[in-house]
Design a protein around this ligand. Structure first.
Ligand SMILES: Nc1ncnc2c1ncn2[C@@H]1O[C@H](COP(=O)(O)OP(=O)(O)O)[C@@H](O)[C@H]1O
Ligand SMILES: [Mg+2]
Length: 364
């Protein structure tokens, strides 16, 4: 089967919430998911991810806007007419049905013959690594196995589109990492267009071709994990994808090619700044913790800080540095080789001008 494109055109959904009053859960969202692509909606709790996904599935109807699957406008179609596989956070398996019957359910609804159902169920159970589990019941399975049954049930009907709503959040950390690569492998093997919802940025970065970052009902930026990390367009994206220091700075001098900033009591000259900065302007700049280098040399040209907190994490150590003019997070990799710094220790802090980000809107 050919993979299909999903297109959302300016969809809008408002709820009347008992406590919050009128809530625009999804605000004028437009989105193209290319055939065979794995796209993730990423954002904090309440930003409208589930509502967007449920509208694609047909569980919720947009107040405005259109939804296309392939060339078909499905906005007015019922969920069961859209040929979509949906994997829920809580698995939503039938507790009184065996694994076989859970997976066979959709095929029975489609009126398939017994022999074909046997064949298809066996094929997808093999695909998700559950061959031999046919007669088990959900309560006899681990969380990871239940999630595989949910996955098998979603793909057995050969859906045009696969939708996932936080499918891994009930699993422990190691299994989450394992299952996300399984989901990715399965989606690529089946070449089905997929939309995945998570609030976990690492999961989104690991599993997706593209990520659409959502905030307050809107998509604020779409890109690959790398694009979002390297070139965030808004402070929200910079802060949500990975960790980042947000620091106040002042523009000293702005020419076409460079800008000189006062930052952390020092002067930094950056090339290729965004347009429109003026001398005297107060802006915010952004620096990734791993871009800050720490040394034991306390030279005259180096900025210094005092270690206020240290978190040892094995492959890296995170530091919170007291800088006199505020605080700075720094991450140092490979502490086994390079050693660690202690709380209270004075350290040299290296910030290469190239790692200082200024966002287009000046970061406000
Ligand atoms: N059925 C509903 N009735 C009222 N408000 C809702 C309903 N569903 C979602 N909302 C509200 O819409 C907003 C977005 O919710 P949701 O799409 O579930 O966010 P997310 O999945 O990103 O956490 C939230 O403010 C939520 O309270
Ligand atoms: Mg949700």
């Amino acid at each position: 089967m050919e993979a299909v494109r999903i297109r959302l055109e300016k969809i809008q959904k408002t709820f009347i919430h008992r406590i919050k009053g009128e809530v625009t859960a999804v605000d004028n969202v437009s989105l193209d998911v290319e055939p065979g692509e794995f796209l993730t909606l990423l954002g904090p709790s309440g930003c409208g991810k589930t509502t967007t996904l449920r509208m694609i599935a047909g569980f919720e109807r947009p107040d405005r806007g259109r939804i296309f699957i392939g060339s078909e406008d499905v906005t007015d179609l019922m969920a069961n007419q859209r040929n979509i596989g949906f994997v829920f956070q809580n698995y939503a398996l039938f507790p009184h049905l065996s694994v076989f019957e859970n997976v066979a359910y959709g095929l029975k609804v489609q009126g398939k013959e017994a022999a074909e159902i046997d064949r298809e169920v066996a094929r997808v159970l093999e695909l998700v690594g559950l061959a031999g589990y046919e007669r088990q019941f959900p309560h006899q399975l681990s969380g990871g196995e239940q999630q595989r049954v949910a996955l098998a049930r979603a793909v057995v009907i050969e859906p045009r589109v696969l939708l996932f709503d936080e499918p891994l959040s009930n699993l422990d950390a190691k299994l989450r990492v394992y299952m996300r690569s399984e989901i990715r492998r399965l989606q690529k093997a089946l070449a089905i267009t997929a939309v995945y919802v998570t609030h976990d940025q690492e999961e989104a970065m690991a599993i997706s071709d593209h990520i659409a970052v959502m905030n307050e009902g809107r998509i604020v930026q779409i890109g690959t994990a790398e694009e979002l990390y390297m070139k965030p367009r808004e402070a929200f994206v910079a802060q949500f994808i990975g960790r980042i220091n947000t620091l106040p700075a002042e523009v000293r001098e702005f020419t076409d090619g460079t800008v000189t900033l006062a930052l952390l009591g020092r002067s930094f000259t950056l090339s290729a700044p965004p347009d429109g900065l003026v001398a005297g302007q107060k802006i915010q700049v952004f620096i990734r913790p791993e871009a800050v280098t720490l040394t034991r040399e306390i030279g005259r040209d180096l900025i210094t800080g005092v270690v206020a907190e240290r978190t040892f994490l094995g492959e890296k150590a995170d530091y919170l540095l007291e800088m006199g003019e505020g605080r700075l997070s720094a991450t140092a990799y490979d502490p086994l080789r390079h050693g660690t710094f202690s709380v209270g220790e004075k350290v040299g802090v290296g910030i290469d001008p190239g790692v200082i980000h200024i966002l287009k809107e000046g970061g406000r």
